[in-house]
Design a protein. Sequence first.
Lengths: 103, 489
Amino acid sequence: MANRINREQVQHVAGLAKLEFTDAELDAFTPQLDDIIGMFETLSEVDTDGVDVTSNVSDQINVMREDVADNWGQSEDLLHNAPDAARGFIKVPAIIDESEDNA
Amino acid sequence: MNYFDKDLASLHADLVAKKLSAKELTQATFDNIKATDPKIDAFLNLNEDAALDQAAKIDAEGINADQPLAGIPMGLKDNIVTKGLTTTAASKILANFKPVYDATVAEKLADAQMINVGKTNLDEFAMGGSTENSAFKTTKNAWDQTKVPGGSSGGSAAAVASGQVPVTLGSDTGGSIRQPAAFNGIVGMKPTYGRVSRWGLIAFGSSLDQIGPMTRGVKDNATVLSAIAGHDDHDLTSSTQAVPNFAADLNDATSVKGMRIGLPKEFLAEGVNEDVKAAILAAADTYRKLGATVDEVSLPHNKYGVAAYYIIASSEASSNLQRFDGIRYGYRADDVKNLEDVYVKSRSEGFGEEVKRRIMLGTFSLSAGFYDAYFIKAAKVRTVIINDFKAVLKDHDFIMGPVAPTTAFGIGDEIKDPITMYMNDVLTIPVNLAGLPGLSLPAGFSNNLPVGMQLIGRPFDESTLYKAGYAFEQNTDFHLQVPTLGGQN
C-alpha cells in the first residue's frame, strides 16, 4: 500500500488544489487515492504507440467571433452573490497576514 | 391528477381542448410533489409562485395547438442555472447562489412555454452515481425507498418515476442521466456531445457533459430533445447540425425491420448481474422478432473506459472548480487571516468528500511529473475507445446492452467504497468518452426493481435510437408498470 502516492505527496497535491486536510482525513485519503491511481495504471496495458490524444469530441472547430464588450447591467445582482461587498466592490481580507503574530 | 396515464401528447390535447388548464395541471404537480416528496426527496427547491403565475398567464393567452409543450410542468436538475432561482449543484459552497441568467436549456423550455416547477437533487456537482453525495439530502428510488435512485441525476429520475412531474432535465458526464433512468424505470437520453448547449450548466467535465431529457416514454423524450437541442452562440462546442423533429418520426412500431444491431460481448461479461443479462438477451430476441439482426460484436477496450474517464473527468473538474474560491460568490469561510486562507478554508469547508477526491485525482493527474503518464495516456486511450465504437458502428445501425451491471443498490451500501462506485459506470462512461448518443429505457425487472437497456448510436443519430426505443416500447409493457407509492394511485 501507499507505494504509488504517499502522505507527503497527497499534502503537496492538496496545496496545488488549494485544499487542506486534517490528519484523520489524510489517513483515509492516502490509501484510497493510492488504490484509485492503481486502477489508473491499468491503462499501461493499452498500446497507444502512435495514437493521437483526444481532448475534444465537438464537431465545431475554431469558431471565431468579434471581441465586443457587452454590458449586462447586472452588477448589483452579481454583488448580491458575493460573500462580502460594499460600495459596488467585493470585499476581501488583506492579502498579507494581519494577525498579531506577524505584526 | 394521475400523470402515469397520460403522455405529453394527450396532456397537450386536453390542454388545447380546455378539458384541463395549465394552472390545474401545475397545481396538481405541486400537490403530487407535496404528497410524495417526504418519501422520495427528489426536489431541492420549488418554484411554486412563479410557476402558478406563468401557468395562469399561459391559460389567459390560450394554449397554442402547435406548441406541444405549452403549459406542461417540468423540473430541472439543480446544476442548471435559473435566473433568480437558487441553484446549488447540491453543494454547500453554492447553498445561497442566485444566478443572474438562465441556462440556454431553461430559456428554450420557457420559450416552448413549459413551466419550471423546481430544481431536483443530484450528487454534489454531478459527481456520483447514487445522489448520496448531495450536501442536502439523499433522494430515494421510486420503486423501493431503501434503494438509491442512481445518480447523479437521481432527483430528476425519481421525480419522473414517482409521478411528480412528467418531464425533467438531467446532465450526463459518465452515465448520470442513463443510470438513474435505468434504476427508476424511465427513459433518459444522453445526446451526442454538442447536440445541446451547455451554457448555464455548472461545468464538471467540459469535454464530456451533456444535458438531456428524462421522461416516462420514448416519444415524450424525443419531443423534449427537439425543444432543447441546437447551436448556441454561448457554447461554441454546440453543433450547427440541423435539429430534426425527433417525435414526428415515431409512428411505426416495426421501424427496426432490416436494422443491424451490435451486442458487445463485453457488455454481458463478468460483473453483469444474471437478471440484467437475461433482460438484455430477451430484448435482443424482441428486436429479432421485429425483423432486425443482432450480432455479437466486440468493444475490446471498454474495460479501460473507467480508468481513462476518472483521469480525464477529474482533471477537467479540478480546473473547472478552481472558480469556487470564496471571493465572488458562494461560501466563504469565517476565521480567516489572509486571502490564501479564504481560498483554502472556503474550499475545504465548502466542498464535500467526493468532490475533494475528484479535485485531488485531477490535480494529481495534471501535476508536473505525472501529466504524461496519466492525463496524456488517458487522452490516447480515449482515442482507442472511440476507434472501437467507430469500427462497430460502421456496419451496425446501433449498439445495445445494459445501462448498468446491476439494478439499484441499497442506500449506504457502496458510498464508502469509491472504486466499487466508479465501476458501476463501466457501461455508460465509454459513450461519453466517444461523445456518442445513448438512450436508456425500461427493459425488465429483477426483484421488483427496474432493469434498463442502453442503445448507443452514431454521432447525431439520436433519431435511430428513438425509433428503436419506440419500437421496443410498443412491443413490450415494461414502461407501463409504475411504482406503488402514496399520492398518485
